[in-house]
Write a protein that binds this ligand. Structure first.
Ligand SMILES: Nc1nc2c(ncn2[C@@H]2O[C@H](COP(=O)(O)OP(=O)(O)O)[C@@H](O)[C@H]2O)c(=O)[nH]1
Ligand SMILES: [Mg+2]
Ligand SMILES: [Zn+2]
Length: 289
């Protein structure tokens, strides 16, 4: 499924033929990337008969605490951030945990690298070095100056990816830079808030020329995964792995218990204290014990 327009589902066949289908309630909540069995009824119109099982499902909590699907069946999450509107590592960490939980690999894309000075860029690279050290690919790019795009193409080629991140970081601009003619709508940064005005309202899947596809998603200011046990959140922090099971208490949540091997590792700089802080924030907010 290419896009869910609410009253209609836009689907695409193997041959690239696209079709608008009526959304039937019995199908349940449908999301971009869903694979469906559908039938053409007339010119560009059809009906979705059923949804196939999902290989992965990236979901988030909405303001009311309900889970909202973001994208289905993707292999790769491109977590995007930019010096404008600003980089929030805790938000990045949340995406990484949510993706890991459903079996999606993540990479981090820092866009708008035409904005910082060389000195600021070096500072930024130092600030984000942890991600590279723990095994995430970090790509620095500028969709405006078409810089770093070759690395992105190599990373996403042949895969199904979803691009997420705050509004205004340049997700839709990236789609347009990768796929001239895609026509993804982009927004000017509003002077008041420094954020892009709402332009992408529904997620949309774009096919890549070399196979695979990329899903553009609307910007969400605060991303939260669903409730999960602390141990599962900890699994989303790959660098904790060598210390798990080495704490004094078997059910240690690494939130300040005595004899905690994870805290000790942070104290001696073997893991980033900033990441531990981020983990603890998530346990407080989403942890179920
Ligand atoms: N300076 C700079 N601005 C960019 C870059 N990429 C996108 N923008 C601008 O950022 C704003 C938001 O872009 P958009 O693609 O709509 O962001 P989205 O909300 O993440 O989809 C637009 O004004 C773009 O022109 C970039 O690499 N450098
Ligand atoms: Mg957009
Ligand atoms: Zn511990």
């Amino acid at each position: 499924m290419v896009a869910n327009h609410g009253t209609a589902l836009e689907v695409e066949g193997r041959g690239g033929e696209s079709c608008l289908c009526t959304a039937r309630r019995s199908l349940g909540e449908m999301v971009c990337g869903d694979r469906v069995v559908w039938r053409m009824l007339g010119e560009g119109q059809g009906v979705v008969e059923r949804r196939l099982p999902r290989r992965t499902l990236l979901a988030r909590r909405d303001g009311r605490g309900r889970m909202k699907p973001v994208a289905a069946n993707v292999d790769l999450l491109v977590v995007t951030a930019a010096p404008v509107p600003g980089i929030d590592e805790r938000l990045i960490d949340r995406y990484l945990v949510a993706a890991g939980q459903t079996g999606i690999t993540s990479l981090i894309l820092i866009n708008k690298m035409d904005l910082p000075t060389a000195r600021e860029a070096a500072q930024l690279a130092r600030r984000l070095a942890t991600y590279g050290e723990i095994g995430y690919q970090v790509i620095y790019a500028s969709t405006r100056e078409l810089h770093g795009l070759d690395q992105i193409v190599t990373a996403i080629e042949g895969k199904y990816s979803v691009i997420t991140g705050e509004s205004g970081v340049g997700k839709s601009s990236l789609i347009n830079a990768l796929l001239p003619g895609a026509g993804a709508r982009t927004g000017e940064i509003s002077r008041a808030g420094g954020r892009g005005v709402h332009t992408t309202t529904t997620a949309r899947l774009y096919r890549l020329p070399g196979g695979g596809a990329i899903i553009d998603s609307p910007g969400i200011r605060s991303f939260g995964p669903g409730p999960m046990p602390a141990a599962e959140i900890a699994r989303g922090f790959a660098e904790f792995a060598p210390y798990i099971g080495r704490c004094r208490f078997r059910d240690c949540s690494h939130c300040g218990e005595p004899g905690c091997a994870v805290s000790a590792a942070a104290d001696r700089g073997a893991i980033s204290p900033r990441r531990l802080e981020s983990y603890r924030g998530m346990v407080e907010e989403f942890g179920t014990g």
